[in-house]
Design a protein. Structure first.
Length: 283
């Protein structure tokens, strides 16, 4: 099932149409906390084309957003890091406005504009929470998948690193938590639409130029292994989001950082394309 959060409420995708649903839930996290199958049976209030509907981030403000790093070998090598023996991650608080939706601008303050970078990522939305979830049980805790762009201010991020090693988490977290720095969307697709192991193309285009081109099958640690590792450290709750890492081709590797007016399109097979424009705040 393909679900959308729109300015006119929740909707279900059906072919080329969007079916607006008579549901009271403000976002998809709220629907997951209730019963996601309600989206299959809810009354359809209107049919519309996808292009005629304004989309919002599927989850308005996750309690916890987990960022997994160094999860694609080629990206690890291009960044000059060592291949990790286990999933590497940290959690960030989703402050007001951190997540934004398809078509909304990535609003960049001057302090974050020097080395602004993109990271195409498969995002996991937790449906059923839990602690110490075993990898073999992890799939039933997944509420859905969406596309994420883990926008990062690299110069700020590097203030917390020394030769690839983390020495201070504060600037690293700050580099990733400016308002609008976590675009999500355009849809949430439930896990029954996919087969395991996941093998989905993950791409980024900047102004139509292909920058990233990887596959989820290239991840060093699978979604199941990531959920096991994260839940061993901290309980997961409904609506939490896990970003599972990015393939090679980020701006860091080539020095091709984002600038004002750039159009960034991140796409994942079976989910869709997430498109946002960079908007530098005036001085």
């Amino acid at each position: 099932m393909r679900l959308y959060r729109t300015t006119r409420g929740l909707a279900r995708g059906e072919g080329d149409e969007v079916l607006l649903l008579d549901l009271p839930h403000p976002d998809i996290a709220s629907l997951l906390a209730d019963d996601i199958t309600l989206a299959r049976t809810a009354q359809v209030t209107e049919r519309a084309t996808l292009g005629s509907i304004e989309l919002l981030a599927p989850v308005s403000r996750p309690s916890t957003l987990v960022v997994v790093g160094a999860n694609y070998r080629d990206h690890v090598l291009e960044a000059g890091m060592s291949v990790p023996p286990s999933p590497q991650f940290f959690s960030i608080s989703a402050g007001p406005g951190l997540v934004t939706g398809h078509g909304s601008p990535i609003v960049v303050p001057e302090e974050a504009a020097g080395q602004l970078d993109y990271e195409a990522e498969l995002a996991v939305i937790i449906g059923t929470g839990g602690k110490d979830i075993r990898a073999q049980d992890s799939w039933r805790h997944v509420g859905g998948f969406t596309v994420a762009n883990d926008v990062s201010a690299r110069d700020l991020q590097f203030q917390g690193m020394d030769n690839g090693a983390v020495v201070d988490m504060a600037p690293i977290q700050r580099s990733k938590t400016f308002p609008t720095f976590k675009p999500l969307g355009p849809a949430v697709v439930t896990p029954d639409e996919f087969t395991q192991p996941l093998d989905l193309a993950v791409t980024t285009r900047v102004n139509d130029e292909l920058r990233q081109n990887g596959r989820t099958s290239e991840m060093l640690f699978s979604v199941a292994e990531i959920i096991e590792a994260v839940s061993a450290r901290t309980p997961l709750t409904t609506g939490d989001i896990i970003l599972t890492g990015t393939p090679a081709g980020v701006g860091l590797a080539s020095g091709s950082y984002l600038k004002d007016g750039d159009i960034v399109e991140v796409a994942i097979d079976g989910i869709g394309s997430l498109r946002n424009t960079v908007a530098l705040l005036p001085r």
